[in-house]
Design a protein around this ligand. Structure first.
Ligand code: BTN
Length: 241
C-alpha cells in the first residue's frame, strides 16, 4: 500500500464513479485535510468543462481533501498549488511546462489534469476544496479536442501517488507560509514565455493574443489587438501552426 505523508489518510478503492464525488461525500461528512481518495479505475471520471476523463486501470486517479480556510474566491489559488505539485513529480531531464489554468505538460504533451471543486460556507469561506488529479503514468489517452498530444510519466501508480501526496503537502505548506505570491512566481517561471502567441477558448469563441502573465487573483492576462484582457475562465490553447 502506498505510504502517505504524516497525518494524511488513504482511502483506496478498486473502482469508483469519480474520486471527486467520493471525496466530496467524505468532506461533507467532516473528513480532515489530507484525506486522499485513490481508485485504480474510475467509471465516470470527470474533466474540466464537462468533459469525460478516460480512467482505465494503469494511470493515477486521486482526489485530496483540502481545508484552506480562505475566502471562497481564493480557492482557485489551490489549482496553481496542485499544478506545481504535479510538476515536482517529473524526473529531471524532462521539460515541464505549466499551462493556464491547471494543465501540466511534459516534453510538450499533457501529462495531468486537475479538477478543483469547492464547497462555500455561509460565512463566505471555502469550507473544503477537493483537488482531483489525474496523472498519466503508463499511457497517454488521446485528447482529440486539444492542440497538443498526451504524454505519460512512466513508473508505477503507487510511486506516483506517494510522490504526488508528498509534493502536495509541501506545496500546501508553502502556500500557507509564503502566500499566493510565491506560488504565482514559481508557476510563472514554468509557464510559457511572456509574449508567446496564444488562443484562448471562451465558451464557443476564441480570443487571440500574447501571453502577458497571471494576476494576483489567478486570472490570465492577455495582450490582444483590442487591448489588454483579463480572463478568469477559459482554456489556453497555444497557437495552431
Ligand atoms: C482536466 O480536464 O484536465 C481535469 C481532469 C481531472 C481528472 C481527475 S482524475 C481524479 C479526479 N476524479 C475525477 O473524476 N476527475 C479528477
Amino acid at each position: 500500500m502506498p505510504v502517505l505523508p504524516d497525518g494524511w489518510r488513504l482511502v483506496a478503492l478498486e473502482s469508483v464513479g469519480s474520486t471527486n464525488d467520493e471525496a466530496t461525500r467524505l468532506a461533507d461528512d467532516g473528513a480532515p485535510e489530507g484525506t486522499v481518495v485513490w481508485a485504480r479505475e474510475q467509471t465516470g471520471g470527470r474533466g474540466r468543462r464537462g468533459r469525460n476523463w478516460a480512467s482505465p486501470v494503469g494511470n493515477l486517479y486521486s482526489t485530496t481533501i483540502l481545508r484552506p480556510a480562505c475566502a471562497a474566491p481564493r480557492a482557485v489559488e489551490l489549482g496553481f498549488v496542485a499544478a506545481l505539485a504535479v510538476g515536482d513529480l517529473v524526473p529531471a531531464g524532462r521539460t515541464v511546462r505549466l499551462k493556464w489554468p491547471n494543465d501540466v505538460l511534459v516534453d510538450g504533451g499533457k501529462v495531468a489534469g486537475i479538477l478543483l471543486e469547492s464547497a462555500i460556507g455561509q460565512d463566505g469561506l471555502a469550507e473544503h476544496v477537493v483537488a482531483g488529479i489525474g496523472v498519466n503514468v503508463s499511457f497517454a489517452p488521446q485528447l482529440p479536442e486539444m492542440r497538443y498530444p498526451g504524454a505519460a510519466l512512466g513508473g508505477t501508480v503507487e510511486a506516483a501517488l506517494e510522490g504526488l501526496t508528498r509534493a502536495l503537502a509541501a506545496r500546501m505548506a508553502q502556500w500557507r507560509r509564503d502566500g499566493f505570491e510565491a506560488v504565482r512566481g514559481e508557476w510563472l517561471a514554468k509557464a510559457g514565455p511572456l509574449g508567446a502567441e496564444v488562443d484562448v477558448r471562451l465558451g464557443e469563441g476564441l480570443v487571440r493574443g500574447r501571453f502577458a502573465g497571471l494576476d494576483r487573483e489567478g486570472a490570465l492576462l492577455l495582450d490582444t489587438e483590442a487591448g489588454p484582457r483579463r480572463i478568469v475562465s477559459g482554456e489556453l490553447l497555444g497557437r495552431a501552426a
